[in-house]
Write a protein that binds this ligand. Structure first.
Ligand code: ATP
Ligand code: MG
Length: 390
């Protein structure tokens, strides 16, 4: 008997007239992710998206894992198809959900009929299947309010499906419904989480990374690309813009006060990111900043970096504690890579006593010693683009 997947839509069911657009995007995103696991049919009925293998050799397990990372899906379950007959449905439930039925203490059956010509009503079907399962698994009690296990039966046009409760999906909205943003991705814990959170809201996320060869190693850059690769199952195809940053850092060291070094450097990062984003039609930047985490993340410091930005800066982890960010990093699988011990360009030339309350005027004064525009243009011209496919 065939096994299929059922994806339950999340927040997008609230989208009223736009909903069709969200559903189409969700199905398109699902299809692109499923390609490498074989041939699958994807269609939507009544706010559930069905994923059905079309051939024997499909990698169902791989596809299941991939759908667990698809934004827009609130919950997902595996379901078994069977003929539209009440006893076939009972037999299917006994076999397919046998382990779960043996392991549970209480249960109930919930039925849905899309095919209104089916001889039993939903209530009659639930009662029949429930009675038969109760006979087969007499240790179970029926609990219609808080059952440990709910056996779901769906009678559709050509066949019926049996499944247990859905598992939690990735949540959010389908990527592609929320515009485009450019995320400043370092090798740390926070920025991969920030990128993931914005993609979760349906935004297409490209990445930008600044590296300072030879002060930072090729391994440090590779680590950031690895982090971006870990995000691709969530974000979909993405581009990492790798910016040579050494020249700017050397100029800053030569010409500017040491205590302002970090914040001046961050203003250059923002200028370059804005230039890249605008050139590529992106509408916002994303960073992994969190208030008060380090000297460059005070409100004053953020005001100084915002002052050179021509686009909104999204900071999704701004109010999160480090521990909360770490929890998300573990959940999405980036934590282990983030803690690998490679240096970041921010840690090169770190001032001993960074100014925690910098003023825009001081920074503008310090920048008079530099040809800001030329340095930005030179860095942008040196960008290497790495495309990461699904
Ligand atoms: P993370 O854990 O994300 O590295 P952090 O706590 O180390 O953050 P900072 O080093 O101050 O914080 O960086 C703040 C933000 O600036 C990062 O979250 C990231 O968005 C951006 N950033 C820092 N360094 C780089 C870099 N080398 N390339 C791209 N973005 C960077
Ligand atoms: Mg960092």
């Amino acid at each position: 008997m065939r096994e299929i997947m059922l994806l339950k839509q999340g927040e997008m069911v609230l989208k009223g007239l736009n909903r069709r657009g969200f559903e189409d995007k969700l199905m398109g995103n699902a299809k692109r992710r499923l390609k490498r696991y074989g041939s699958f049919k994807v269609y939507t009925r009544q706010s559930a998206t069905y994923v059905e293998p079309q051939e024997e050799g499909c990698d169902f397990e791989g596809a299941w894992q991939a759908m667990g990372k698809l934004f827009g899906v609130a919950g997902l379950c595996r379901a078994r198809a069977c003929p539209k007959d009440k006893d076939a449905i009972v037999a299917c439930a006994k076999e397919y959900l046998g382990d779960k039925l043996r392991g549970a203490k209480s249960f109930k059956v919930e039925s849905k009929r899309a095919d209104k010509t089916f001889p039993l009503t939903s209530i009659q079907l639930s009662q029949y299947v429930g009675g038969e399962l109760h006979d087969a698994f007499p240790h179970l009690t029926v609990d219609v309010h808080h059952p440990e296990l709910t056996v779901h039966v769906e009678v559709r046009d050509y066949e019926a499906f049996v499944h247990a409760d859905p598992e939690e999906g990735a949540g959010g909205l389908p990527v592609g419904m929320g515009g485009r943003a450019l995320s400043l991705l370092s090798g740390g814990i926070d920025s991969p989480v920030a990128s993931w959170m914005i993609a979760k809201r349906g935004v297409i996320v490209d990445m930008i990374h600044y590296y300072s060869y030879p002060y930072t190693s090729p391994e440090a850059k590779e680590k950031v690309l690895d982090l971006a690769r870990l995000l691709v199952p969530y974000t979909g195809k993405t581009c990492v813009h790798v910016v040579p940053f050494t020249r700017i850092q050397e100029e800053l060291r030569r010409s500017c006060p040491e205590e302002l070094f970090t914040i001046l450097m961050r203003r250059f990062m923002m200028r370059i990111a804005c230039a890249v984003a605008e050139k590529n039609g992106m509408q916002a930047l994303v960073t992994g900043e969190s208030v008060g985490q380090v000297a460059s993340q005070t409100l004053e410091a953020m005001a100084c970096t915002n002052a050179v930005c021509t686009l909104p800066v999204l900071r999704p982890v701004v109010g999160m504690d480090k521990e909360e960010i770490v929890r998300v990093a573990r959940k999405i699988g980036t934590f282990e890579t983030s803690i690998l011990p490679y240096e970041d360009c921010c840690t090169v030339f770190t001032p001993k006593h960074p100014k925690t309350r910098p003023q825009v005027a001081d920074l503008e004064e310090a920048e008079k010693a530099l040809d800001v525009q030329a340095l930005v243009e030179e860095a942008v011209a040196g960008i290497e683009r790495v495309m990461l496919e699904l």
